[in-house]
Ligand binder design. Structure first.
Ligand code: HEM
Length: 230
């Protein structure tokens, strides 16, 4: 399949980040409403349940679908692919698992609680189904939130790049020396400048996501994106 241009990729990545930020942000709001807002009367309960339902329907679900779709487009239309990189494969697995869990468990629990609140605002807090759903939601929101943070961090750090390690080892063997790191252009904030385990491509990349630095070769440019796939 034809791959996107650099500008197209930047736009797509921008949309991907917007969707994922919306998902994480909406998740934080729901987490806070669940744990911090503890309504003790029917009116407050009604308001909290209405807010939770609106956030779920208008933010969490669209943002989760958006993250999945933009993730799909990134995998299809850029050299990152689906399973070339372990961190991308992990993102696939975890995102699908979280989306399914949200659709089949979290949302139905929440909507059942909202229905109970509408039907019996005064007795809802004492209702057994309401109480057990509330407990289940509270128990799941921590792992969901941690999974989202995990996804964000593996996206930024891009770990477990065994393929790159293998190629670096092969290159080092071919050159009969261990390549030293080229100078860092941003104070070594990021891994990846010729370092073992560098997750993605740089200038001079041969199209396979492996940093293209060689002794005497092209060095990274200041301001360049050294974390991109080819
Ligand atoms: C189907 C699921 C997903 C796939 C296949 C996927 C794949 C990718 C890929 C390949 C990139 C790198 C793009 C580039 O640098 O050109 C990326 C970036 C990113 N992804 Fe995802 N993603 C998925 C879901 C998510 C989710 C659910 C989150 C967070 C909740 C997330 C957060 C991010 C962030 C923050 C970046 C930007 C990292 C950077 O600075 O390079 N992604 N994603």
């Amino acid at each position: 399949m034809k791959k996107l241009s650099t500008t197209g990729r930047a736009w797509l990545k921008g949309f991907h980040i917007v969707c994922t930020c919306a998902w994480v942000g909406a998740g934080v709001c729901m987490f806070l409403l669940n744990f911090v807002a503890r309504p003790d009367n029917s009116h407050d309960l009604y308001v909290v349940m209405a807010a939770l339902t609106i956030i779920d329907e208008w933010a969490v679900i669209p943002a989760a679908v958006g993250s999945l779709l933009t993730g799909l487009l990134i995998s299809l239309l850029t050299p990152w692919g689906f399973f070339k990189w372990r961190w991308v494969a992990v993102k696939w697995g975890l995102t699908i698992a979280m989306t399914l869990f949200g659709i089949f468990y979290l949302s139905p629990w929440l909507h059942e609680m909202a229905a109970i609140t509408v039907a019996d605002p005064v007795g809802a807090l004492q209702n057994k189904t309401f109480q057990s759903n509330r407990l289940l939601l509270s128990l799941s929101s921590g792992p969901m939130f941690l999974s989202m943070l995990f996804l964000v961090f593996i996206s930024v750090i891009k770990p477990w790049s065994t393929r790159v390690k293998r190629r670096h080892a092969a290159r080092a063997a071919a050159l009969h020396e261990v390549p030293e790191s080229p100078p860092s252009v941003d104070g070594n904030r990021r891994r990846g400048h010729g370092q073992l385990g560098a997750p993605s491509a740089q200038i001079g990349d041969g199209g396979d996501g492996v940093p293209g630095w060689q002794p005497g070769g092209v060095q990274p440019q200041i301001g360049g994106d050294h974390q991109r796939a080819a």
